[in-house]
Design a protein around this ligand. Structure first.
Ligand code: ZN
Length: 392
């Protein structure tokens, strides 16, 4: 760790740093897919129990909540995600994944370790007044573990005055934090459109209804939704990521399937995109004598950072590391994140912590990515400071 950052890490965090790094690397070597975080949640539950937390398991399947109360006062929720991705690791690291086709390529191993390190420091120092709810969530990548935990009564069983979560961000320097009030991450919907025509011989097109032609026209037409229907000052994305249809040059297929990723940063734009995409698909199909079947699947909602909690989260960074530690040109990002569900039900804030430019500068979800252990004590110390500030 660079000296300038190290001076900001309290001695009690430095004392456990090596152990928490090795714990992070253990989780990295033993990654588990969404809703299969059995060993990881076991490890989390065991450590929290050792440190005096009362531990509750099985929320949202493999989710764990550790609670610690120190006198009366407010209650705070801090959330880390635990799941890995279906990817084959290509880092060549000594602690690389020992499981074929499964990899911690998004740094959730680091998020879990940072929250555990904070858990330990706070349990030892008891430097807060109120209740800490440490939320270790399954399946952020696939399946919406946050929503599953909420459906299992997370916020009724463990009421929180505010909830916070943190994600590493490759490319942001070590020691920087990025966060923004309001819409911060996009809603992400997946749409499957099946264009049903009437198959036939490629030499006799007039006896068929060609779904390939309809699809080609529709793909171009869909690009007009953002260009012509969405307010130019708003954000909308319509990406056709897959087209499947046909088997030979001389056969007109019966049907073609399109798969779309649709993103937005507001409820209104989200509704409008759905309305326009649906209308265009039906109208295009009808114009050529075909039929459109549409499966519009709503994914994670817009992640909305609440203003007061965001101000608090920013001031913790500012008072600790100085104003320059905040990313000042932060803009919303078009990735999605299921912590959005928690922020729909409870005030709070989601923030990014710089992962630096190391490990080849890989972005998350890349087989060469690795969480930067240098930021582990930094993220953990941030959680401690936030808890001390909120629960005082
Ligand atoms: Zn992630």
């Amino acid at each position: 760790m660079s000296e300038s950052i190290e001076e900001f890490i309290p001695p009690r965090m430095r004392a456990i740093e090596a152990e928490m790094v090795s714990l992070r690397r253990h989780i990295h070597a033993h990654p588990e897919l969404s809703f299969e975080e059995f060993e990881t949640s076991e490890l989390v539950a065991r450590r929290l129990t050792e440190w005096g937390y009362s531990v509750h398991r099985g929320l949202g399947g493999t989710g764990v909540v550790g609670t610690l109360t120190n006198g009366g006062g407010k209650s705070l929720g801090l959330r880390a995600d635990m799941d890995a991705l279906p990817l084959t690791e290509a880092t060549g690291l000594a602690y690389a994944s020992r499981r074929d086709g499964v990899m911690h390529a998004c740094g959730h191993d680091g998020h879990t370790a940072m929250l555990l390190a904070a858990a330990r420091c706070l349990a030892e120092s008891r430097s807060f007044k109120g209740t800490l709810n440490l939320i270790f969530q399954p399946a952020e990548e696939q399946g919406g573990g946050a929503r599953k935990m909420l459906e299992d009564g997370l916020l009724e069983r463990f009421p929180c005055d505010a909830v916070f979560a943190m994600h590493n961000m490759p490319g942001f320097p070590v020691g920087r934090f990025g966060l923004l009030a309001g819409p911060f991450m996009a809603a992400a919907d997946t749409v499957t459109i099946r264009i049903a025509g009437y198959g036939g011989h490629g030499a006799v097109p007039h006896k068929a209804v060609d779904p390939v032609v309809v699809s080609a026209s529709l793909v171009m037409g869909l690009q007009t939704v953002v260009a012509r229907n969405v307010d130019p000052l708003e954000t909308g994305i319509v990406s056709v990521g897959a087209i499947h249809g046909g088997s030979a040059a001389n056969i007109i297929p019966d049907s073609v399937e399109l798969r779309l990723s649709v993103r937005s940063l507001s409820k209104d734009v989200r509704e409008h995109l759905q309305e326009r995409i649906t209308a265009l698909a039906h109208a295009h199909a009808q114009a050529y004598g075909a039929r459109a079947e549409i499966d519009y699947e709503r994914g994670y909602p817009v992640l909305f950072n609440h203003p007061d909690e965001t101000r608090l989260a920013q001031s913790v960074v500012r008072d600790w590391l100085g104003d320059a530690a905040l990313v000042h040109d932060m803009r919303p990002i078009t990735n999605s994140e299921d912590f959005a569900y928690m922020l729909e039900q409870c005030p709070g804030c989601y923030l990014l912590i710089g992962n630096g430019d190391g490990a080849g500068g890989c972005m998350v979800h890349n087989p060469g990515y690795d969480f930067n252990d240098e930021i582990l004590p930094l993220g953990a110390s941030y959680w401690v400071r936030l808890a001390e500030r909120f629960l005082c």
